[in-house]
Design a protein around this ligand. Sequence first.
Ligand code: NAP
Length: 333
Amino acid sequence: MSTQYRCLLVEKLENKQFSRSVTHRSIDNLPAGDLLIKVDYSSLNYKDALSAMGNPAVSRNFPHTPGIDAAGNIVESNSDDFAVGDKVLVTGFDLGMNTAGGFGEYIRIPKSWAVKLPENLTTREAMIIGTAGFTAAMSVQALLDGGTRPEHGQILVTGSTGGVGSVAIALLAKSGFEVVAVTGKAEQAEFLKSLGASEVVTRESLLEGAEKPMMRERWAGVVDCVGGNYLAAAIKSTRYGGNVTCCGLTASADLSLNVFPFILRGVSLLGIDSVECPMAPRLKLWAKLASEWKLDNLEDFVTECSLDALDQKINDILAGKVVGRTLVNLKTD
Ligand SMILES: NC(=O)c1ccc[n+]([C@@H]2O[C@H](COP(=O)([O-])OP(=O)(O)OC[C@H]3O[C@@H](n4cnc5c(N)ncnc54)[C@H](OP(=O)(O)O)[C@@H]3O)[C@@H](O)[C@H]2O)c1
């Protein structure tokens, strides 16, 4: 009999609805690939919740196990680059989209998706960071590469209690930036300050005056996770020569804007995609997250859950209720 493993399985029902359950599957159901990995930890990202809801922009093939993140040990390898027993992390590519993902005790993937776990990082720490934290790191790196420096002024972070936002605050503070956090959860102000935000403002305050073609110059840079009117307002209030990163759409995928911030203030809008991030910058950034950007308060970001508790967490993240990062523990020993 082939090995059975536990996973969260999303199934398409006849009425175009989707069901979610924790069940056993055979390893034979996993796709072909170079590396079979026993997963220690995964993490919950917004995109996983979309996949778990059957959103066709994320996942089209069902039954399906979501989970765009996984870290664990290689148990079978068809690659000279990876040996049995190596610890690896995987984020993005097709993992958890149409390839069975990290919400299962095993994954099988092409070797080109695997990152050897950097020294000084555990599988648990890697998954506290996960796709959200890696995207935060890409965003902060993009600001730095664009020339934004702490002496230029404040950095605005939107969606700040979320996975990307919370890690971005901590990385920016660690890099010496003064951070202003925008949140819809006023009660989380102390948490955001503990991560390194020097000021916490409401979503509504960001939109004050946003009907005007341009707003008062405030931000040296912006890490935006939410899109829509918030991103438009952030761009309109970015200072001369500032950089704005765009990675997410929790508020809206639309962006209604004029060209003035770009042609009158030289503002740059920088797109961030962690999914297809090429391996060279990917390795460089993970090495940085394990060294000069290693956050010593990683446990402060985390709510840990089991596969069985994921169902509720998926509902919570879709409702914008999650704070920080949700770590999924798949360890069986
Ligand atoms: N481009 C990429 O490679 C990449 C990678 C990772 C994530 N993403 C995207 O980035 C976004 C954030 O991801 P995440 O993992 O940080 O998600 P998350 O943990 O769910 O956080 C999103 C945050 O957005 C804010 N928010 C939620 N609904 C909102 C609304 N209607 N209006 C305004 N703000 C709202 C909330 O923060 P507050 O309550 O504090 O305001 C929420 O905590 C998602 O759209 C995700 O798909 C993209």
